[in-house]
Design a binder for this molecule. Structure first.
Ligand code: NAG
Ligand code: NAG
Length: 250
């Protein structure tokens, strides 16, 4: 049994048969889970810049579909939610995505994507290469496919949050109890941190960090030890039962 702690909801999630390579995607209330990410529809229609700003939080940004499967998921789910808000009026069923056609060549620049996106989903006739149509949206009139549009016009938008990097997992026994164990001899450094969340964030911020040990020292002192391997990457010989110590994998 694997137990994952997701910083965003600060809770415990119990699951059977979930592997370390694929942390369970658990989303905060109101967010929809799909693969290793969470999605939400913003309740108001906003211009592209506002959508980008609202979605821009740690781990989250304006949605950028990078496969046909993700496109289909987003359009299916967000379309039905938009419809609940504005009815079936075709011209209002439009959803900003985090891509722009800045140089009006149809070569997109997308948030969080280096160079050009691998996946695009233009509707025939798009892009229009007009200077005042730099921002990209999915549209009902295109069956959810993409078209370019004026960035100042108000449309729905969806934020996407990748959760795989923000959940910390540890191995529990079949009855849900933890055997205290830690990964030794892989230390990058020690820090003081209040708990799993703080230590996890420190590990996440350190590129070499793949797991961390949380040592309980006395009643209220914890030592956060960042490790350069995860507990499954490392030689099992270094995974030792230690009282008051638990290893968490990123
Ligand atoms: C990980 O850290 C240990 C010491 O803490 C070091 O001996 C080892 O070479 C490091 N491994 C990698 C892959 O950096
Ligand atoms: C880091 O903390 C652990 C647990 O208290 C300890 O075993 C280890 O020696 C410490 N490392 C350093 C460099 O102080």
């Amino acid at each position: 049994m694997l137990v994952c702690i997701l910083t965003l909801i600060i809770g415990y999630v119990w699951a059977d048969g979930v592997s370390f390579q694929r942390p369970l995607s658990v989303c905060p209330p109101g967010w929809l889970a799909w693969q290793d990410a969470c999605y939400i529809l913003l309740p108001d229609r906003v211009n592209w810049w506002q959508a980008k700003t609202v979605c821009d939080r740690p781990g989250s940004s304006l949605v950028v579909p990078d496969s046909q499967e993700e496109q289909d998921f987003i359009w299916r789910e967000m379309r039905s939610r938009m419809e609940m808000i504005v009815g079936s009026s075709t011209n209002k069923l439009e959803l900003w995505i985090g891509c722009k056609d800045v140089d009006n060549t149809g070569q997109l620049t997308c948030l969080g994507v280096q160079d050009r996106p691998q996946f695009t989903n233009w509707n025939g006739g798009n892009p229009h290469h007009h200077q005042d149509q730099d921002c990209i949206r999915m549209a009902e009139k295109y069956g959810g496919n993409w078209g370019d549009s004026g960035c100042q016009s108000k449309k729905f938008a969806s934020c996407e949050m990748r959760v795989s990097h923000r959940s910390y997992c540890l191995q529990a026994d079949a009855d849900g109890r933890f055997t205290p164990q830690c990964l030794l001899n892989h230390e990058i450094k020690n820090l003081t941190a209040a708990g799993v969340i703080g230590c996890g964030q420190a590990c996440w911020a350190e590129p070499r960090c793949h797991s961390f040990n949380l040592w309980q020292k006395g009643d209220d002192k914890k030592v956060c030890q960042l490790n350069n391997a995860s507990s499954i990457e490392a030689d099992p010989a270094f995974l030792k039962k230690v009282e008051s110590c638990n290893v968490f994998d990123l």
